[in-house]
Design a protein around this ligand. Structure first.
Ligand SMILES: Cc1cc2nc3c(=O)[nH]c(=O)nc-3n(C[C@H](O)[C@H](O)[C@H](O)COP(=O)(O)O)c2cc1C
Length: 213
């Protein structure tokens, strides 16, 4: 068995105010801890008009990750594992992420993403505002594309933290932005995100070695 094989991990997110971006960086950091993982961080294109972004303060917030390259549909098949990050919109993924996924029809026809690892992380404004529904409804699309869903196992200690208000689910890492967006991802939430990135890369590595090794 060739244990020196590399695997490609793509972390693809949308963020309006930066919370999902911070989770995405932690997820990518976790994936980079795995030997052989080549990790790329990408964002999906914005759909909201400039004037609306300006008015809501999102335009300024989005400057913090303006340097992150845009994800292209054509790059998805190059990955062995894809981790998607989205803020909640009424308990579902955001339209910007949906827009990327809705351009994968050609990949679906060819089965280009079949057997790849898929994983999701998310952010909500409020504690019970739809973290789990956002992630598990996202999984439906990944299953249609033939992906193997990986979440966060309970071997991740942060999931059982009852000492503080915290995001983090067995379906994927999460954060709580607060209804005014002022709360930033906590250390517990970032640790869960790093765990998810590492775990997904480890699982992808096992699959890649099994297929090629
Ligand atoms: C149109 C819209 C719908 C939203 N729906 C929800 C919701 O259902 N539940 C919730 O807790 N937060 C909701 N939010 C808050 C966002 O999820 C929150 O702003 C986001 O998680 C922050 O992440 P970001 O900084 O990466 O954009 C909504 C925000 C917008 C703009």
């Amino acid at each position: 068995m060739n244990r020196g094989l590399t695997m490609k991990v793509q972390v693809i997110f949308y963020s309006m105010y930066g919370h999902v971006y911070r989770l995405a960086e932690a997820v990518a950091d976790g994936a980079r801890q795995v030997a052989g993982a080549e990790v790329g961080l990408f964002q999906v294109p914005e759909l909201v008009p400039e004037a609306a972004l300006e008015k809501s303060g999102a335009k300024a917030a989005r400057q913090a990750f303006a340097h992150v390259p845009l994800a292209q549909v054509a790059q998805l098949p190059e990955a062995d594992a894809l981790l998607f990050g989205t803020p909640t919109r009424f308990g579902n993924m955001c339209a910007q992420m949906r827009n990327l996924l809705d351009q994968t029809g050609g990949l679906w026809v060819k089965g280009s993403l079949v057997g790849k690892v898929g994983s999701v992380f998310a952010s909500t404004g409020t504690q019970h505002g739809g973290q789990e529904t956002t992630i598990t409804s996202f999984h439906t699309t990944l299953l249609h594309l033939g992906m193997i869903i990986v979440g966060v196992p309970y071997s991740c200690q942060g999931l059982v933290n009852m000492q503080e208000i915290t995001g983090g689910t067995p379906y994927g890492a999460t954060t709580l932005a607060g209804s005014d967006g002022k709360r930033q991802p906590s250390e517990n939430e970032l640790a869960i995100a790093r765990f998810q990135g590492r775990h997904v890369a480890e699982v992808a590595g096992k699959l890649v070695r099994g297929a090629r090794g």
